[in-house]
Ligand binder design. Structure first.
Ligand code: F6R
Length: 616
């Protein structure tokens, strides 16, 4: 039902008839927020209207619910209306003051928000120039101040929400309470998930169904461009495009267990996260500011040498970046697996720049490599998915991928978004030295749509290909050029979740040893990109065919010469080879996922692996 929507930050809102709640509203908010904990968060807060005096009260703190509970005093918050939030930092570090809700200057409007307000810097500047006082570093805080201005101009809350919706750009969902309307929660949705729950003399609004599933299974999924309000007995829904909506026609009864609901109906988080990639990519593209890229590019262009260090999947993204920085921007770049940093410890100098890539930002090997670089005086750029985690904190500069929390152990959306962030960086560097990167940038912007299309068009075929690997003992993933790190990632996915031995190497190496392993039915996955290596791969495929391999190809659409020689193939859209790894990896993720499932394994929890590796 929520296909394509991303987990990140949790919103809950409850409005009930006076005197009908059997426990303090703060306690109910706490329970609902706990159901959203799986989304990942670093701070928590809520706002309610005190039933004794009508005052709007905000309580918020950095940390998990258990750590923050005493400070927040959930149990003594009494009222009939409240909004709550778990924050996963995207703008501004995790802290009490950056936690949601955020309020206007007078403290009469409280807002919780999920997503990114793309034009917040410009809005913030204007609001400050008109006298608004900001208390946080977040993009969210522009919302209550905009609403404050619109209300002071005489607009009703619903009109103000509609107008704010037109002013804000980005991907977001938010919920608002106004002190002057003490039984209504207003909301708006642009891409980020939002769902309404219809209860008994109470209604709910949340980022995800598990938040209120204990109280009701009657839901309305709020769609793109919709806004409105809930009161204890009413739901008002309007669309920017279609006007007022008949809410009755939109009510659905959910038969999910809470566990199924957390996965939005997907059987595994990994599959959900594969499907979330288009929106995760969109967030990365929208979230990266020209300023942060330019600062990093300045360092890169002045560097004597660039060292890229990372582990696992992040290392593969690093190799893609290495390829782009070397061939596009012509910068001297060296990549290594973080745990091998000792080789370079006497080599780093203050004229070098390091790029450390880590989705978690906490991987100890990468942290050690970073420290070695810094100790030698090198400047370090961190590329991470988790704001204010150890690696970005210790780096000189951080670039965030904003993919949202990833729960499946196998990295999927964090890999494709790393590639986008790193290619944006490489393109900016190349363009600063006079290289035309227009086509690459254009293809980067097409990625979200193309990825959605690939998933739609090819998931069924990937399922069959994955299931056919049920008896496989081993597989090769081959390509050339920038297709090699892509193949390495495909092979890693297959081994870590389906427990099938898989090896990736440049296709030209087959004759130097590995081809000795080929026997009848041995799976070999070729990635064919639209680059100068393309024709070379024909010979590599036929040499595998001649030895009985089962050749499977990801090939550019319409390439008949490859269709004729491959046993099976998936046609991919035409895309610049530099950008191709972020698209071609998606079928590889799906093949590995379905191989794991058909072999009876849980892809979310592969044996012997942890999501974050904090031991050397
Ligand atoms: C593979 C995977 C790991 C991580 C590696 C680095 O699917 O998830 O290989 O990529 O442990 O983790 P980060 O990026 O958090 O430093």
């Amino acid at each position: 039902m929520f296909s394509g929507e991303i987990s990140m930050c949790g919103i809950i809102g409850i409005t009930s008839e006076q005197g009908t709640l059997i426990e303090p509203i703060g306690k109910i908010i706490e329970k609902c927020l706990r159901k959203l904990e799986y989304r990942g968060y670093d701070s928590v807060g809520f706002a309610y209207i005190d039933s004794s005096n009508g005052e709007l009260i905000v309580r918020k703190a950095e940390g998990k619910i258990d750590q923050a509970a005493r400070k927040l005093g959930f149990n003594d918050a009494n009222g009939s209306i409240a909004i709550g939030h778990t924050r996963w930092a995207t703008h501004g570090k995790p802290s009490d003051y950056n936690a949601h809700p955020h309020t206007d200057c007078k403290g009469l409007i409280a807002v919780v928000h999920n997503g990114i307000i793309q034009n917040y810097l410009e809005l913030r500047r204007k609001l400050i120039s008109r006298g608004h006082a900001f208390r946080s570093e977040t993009d969210t805080e522009v919302i209550p101040h905009i609403l404050e201005e619109l209300i002071s101009k005489g607009l009703k809350p619903i009109e103000a929400i509609k107008e704010a919706f037109r002013i804000l750009r980005g991907t977001f969902a938010f919920a608002v309470i106004f002190a002057m309307e003490p039984n209504k929660i207003y909301f708006a949705k642009q891409t980020s998930p939002l769902v309404i729950g219809l209860g008994n003399r109470a209604n709910y609004v949340a980022s995800d169904i598990p938040a209120f599933l204990e109280y009701t299974n009657k839901v309305i999924v709020v769609r793109q461009g919709e806004f409105g309000y809930i009161s204890p007995n009413e739901v008002y829904l309007e669309s920017l495009d279609y006007g007022v909506i008949n809410v009755k026609s939109r009510i659905r009864v959910i038969g999910w267990t809470p566990e199924m609901a957390m996965k939005s109906g997907y059987p595994h988080f990994m599959l959900k996260e594969i499907h979330e990639q288009p929106i995760a990519m969109e967030r990365t593209l929208q979230g990266l500011t020209r300023e942060e890229l330019e600062e990093a590019v300045k360092l890169l262009l002045n560097a004597n040498r660039i060292f890229i260090a990372a582990c696992g999947t992040s290392f593969h993204a690093g190799l893609v970046a290495d390829y782009a920085l070397t061939t596009l921007a012509k910068l001297p770049t060296h990549s290594f697996i973080s745990s091998e940093y000792l080789k370079y410890s006497n080599v780093f100098s203050e004229r070098d720049v390091g790029i450390i890539i880590s989705q978690s930002g906490e991987t100890i090997d990468s942290l050690m490599a970073l420290r070695k670089m810094k100790k030698a005086g090198a400047k370090v750029i961190a590329v991470s998915n988790v704001i204010d985690s150890a690696i970005p904190r210790e780096a000189d500069l951080a670039i965030y991928t904003r993919a949202g929390p990833e729960i499946g152990v196998a990295a999927t959306k964090t890999f494709t978004t790393q590639i986008i962030a790193l290619l944006k960086l490489a393109c900016q560097a190349a363009s600063d030295v006079g290289v035309d990167v227009g086509v690459i940038e254009n293809d980067l912007n097409r990625l979200p749509k193309l990825t959605a299309r690939i998933i739609r068009a090819h998931e069924a075929k990937c399922k069959i290909l994955g299931e056919e690997l049920i008896e496989a003992k081993s597989a090769f993933y081959l390509s050339r050029g920038i297709g090699v790190p892509l193949s390495m990632e495909g092979a890693l996915k297959l081994k870590e979740i389906a427990y099938i031995h898989a090896e990736a190497y440049p296709a030209g190496e087959s004759k130097h040893g590995p081809i000795a392993l080929i026997e009848n039915g041995f799976p070999v996955v070729f990635s064919v990109l639209l680059d100068d290596y393309k024709e070379h791969l024909i010979g590599n495929i036929t040499e595998m065919n001649a030895r009985g391999a089962n050749t499977i190809g990801l090939i550019p659409r319409g390439e008949e010469q490859f269709m004729k020689i491959l046993d099976k193939y998936i046609e991919m859209p035409h895309i610049h080879p530099m950008v191709a790894p972020a698209l071609y990896v998606v079928p590889m993720q799906m093949i590995a996922y379905y191989a794991a499932v058909s072999r009876g394994y849980d892809p979310d929890k592969p044996r012997n692996l942890a999501k974050t590796v904090t031991v050397e």
